[in-house]
Design a binder for this molecule. Structure first.
Ligand code: ACO
Length: 429
């Protein structure tokens, strides 16, 4: 017999079905509640609300578990490439060699931007934020691929997905070059995904960037670790936009705006700014910890805490180890890494953070790797967006394939003025 929850409102009992996920997560299905009782639920910030059923990513925040399509993030981080992982996330299974070759070829064939898009880059001021450019250019590039603007078509979806994943990296690199007044470097078809991105970022017309395998691998890993994270702010944005049957590029452009915020993808920049400030001030970080604990200060310990994880973010563990490894290979030290480790140590022994179960999240150490690679601060959130593209695309696909067939339309509890009359301008004080 299927399980039900009973809800009593004003003496009347409503039976609500219990829904169970494949990993034992349980939910009370309230989809008929308003129709039956006139009541809705109120859940500020959606902390207790499942907006959809999804088969892409599983997170157990209490235990610190993250799996893409059932495969633990630790396995993928050790064995897979970003492109292989992107395929897994979007299409639901690890690609065989024919599938991987085909998808990689599609990425290569779609790496160029239409030449006319270069004029769009010209229109941005030199100090424009690359996230603004990225979002605008994703939308603009859709105008050059009219089939994308039509209704969802299963057959062209693979091409659209590859096109978006491939072009976003070219747009990002061009945006960086433009912001520095540097000549644009075109992609090279011989390079694989991440190597090609580094080439477009750092080569000069007279000299190719030296691709160190350790650096290529470290950035590939950063992309892979960011590839999906279930219903976070930007992914929920994709689903929201897609539910209106908007096209893939429009949905992704909206998600780029959502991930830009400092409480989401923008946190990786803020972490490094915080570490730099501690370094400049010669402080041991205790001032920052004290400010983060003081609600009136308006400060938080950036790179700490997570809506879902009440344990160490598994991605942060992998990135922390990668930081040590990369700096050792490059024979470099970074005082910010030492500060970050001390800050983590102090926070993890502080009752404020212990009681609230606040641990380092993915952003706490990722900026240190990006600094070591030579990615400038203003591009950090762009790296996150490039990495997250497969997750956004997979969620878009789920919506289009009917698992969220209704348009997303939350309700609200209105708390504004009750009915009042219109006052003519002359009568207003
Ligand atoms: N520093 C200090 N206090 C914090 C922090 C922090 N980084 N994070 C949460 N808290 C406090 C909250 O103020 C709250 O305190 P209270 O119970 O006394 O009111 C308590 O811990 C619980 O907060 P949550 O409900 O867990 O926080 P929420 O889910 O609303 O927010 C968020 C999660 C936005 C990630 C938050 O932890 C934060 O702002 N962290 C810093 C920014 C950051 O690193 N963002 C990246 C997130 S990961 C990602 O997007 C990839």
């Amino acid at each position: 017999m299927s399980k039900v929850a009973k809800l009593e409102i004003e003496g009347k009992i409503y039976e609500l079905p219990i829904v169970e996920g494949s990993e034992g997560e349980k939910a009370v299905d309230i989809s008929q509640l308003r129709q039956q009782s006139g009541y809705i639920t109120l859940d500020d910030g959606y902390g207790n609300t499942g907006s959809c059923k999804s088969a892409i990513t599983f997170i157990d925040g209490e235990k610190g578990i993250l799996r893409y399509r059932g495969i633990p993030i630790e396995d993928l981080a050790e064995k897979a490439s970003f492109v292989e992982t992107a395929y897994l996330i979007i299409f639901g299974h690890l690609p065989n060699s024919a599938e991987l070759n085909r998808f990689s070829d599609l990425l290569t064939q779609n790496e160029m931007l239409h030449e006319d898009l270069k004029f769009h880059f010209e229109g941005f001021p030199p100090n424009a934020h690359p996230m603004a450019i990225l979002s605008a250019m994703i939308n603009a590039s859709s105008c050059f691929h009219q089939r994308i603007l039509g209704p969802y078509d299963d057959e062209v979806f693979e091409l659209q997905a590859a096109r978006l994943i491939s072009k976003v990296r070219t747009i990002a690199a061009f945006a960086f070059r433009k912001s520095r007044g540097l000549p644009i470097i075109y992609p090279k078809p011989v390079y694989k995904y991440t190597a090609n991105f580094l080439h477009m970022m750092f080569s000069q017309p007279f000299q190719d960037y030296e691709l160190k395998p350790e650096i290529v691998r470290a950035l590939d890993l950063i992309f892979l670790l960011h590839a999906d994270h279930e219903q976070n702010c930007s992914t929920a944005t994709v689903r929201m936009i897609a539910s209106s049957k908007a096209n893939l590029f429009a949905s992704a452009a909206g998600a780029v705006c959502a991930i830009w915020g400092p409480l989401h993808g923008g946190a990786n920049m803020e972490v490094v700014q915080m570490l730099e400030e501690i370094h400049r001030g010669g402080d041991d970080g205790s001032r920052f910890i004290a400010a983060a604990k003081d609600k009136k200060s308006g400060h938080k310990l950036m790179g700490f805490g997570h809506r879902v994880y009440r344990n160490y973010d598994p991605r942060a563990k992998i990135i922390k180890a990668q930081c040590d490894q990369l700096l050792a290979v490059l024979k470099r030290t970074d005082p910010l890494l030492d500060i970050a480790k001390k800050l983590e140590e102090a926070a993890l022994h502080d009752s404020y953070f212990i009681e609230r179960k606040l641990y380092p999240n993915v952003d706490f150490y990722s900026g240190i790797i990006m600094r070591a690679i030579g990615i400038p601060l203003e591009m950090f959130t762009v790296m996150f967006a490039i990495g997250r593209m497969p997750g956004w695309i997979a969620n878009y696909k789920e919506i289009m394939e009917g698992q969220g067939s209704r348009i997303y339309r939350p309700r609200q509890i209105y708390v504004g003025p009750t009915r009042q009359s219109y006052q003519p301008l002359a009568d207003r004080k």
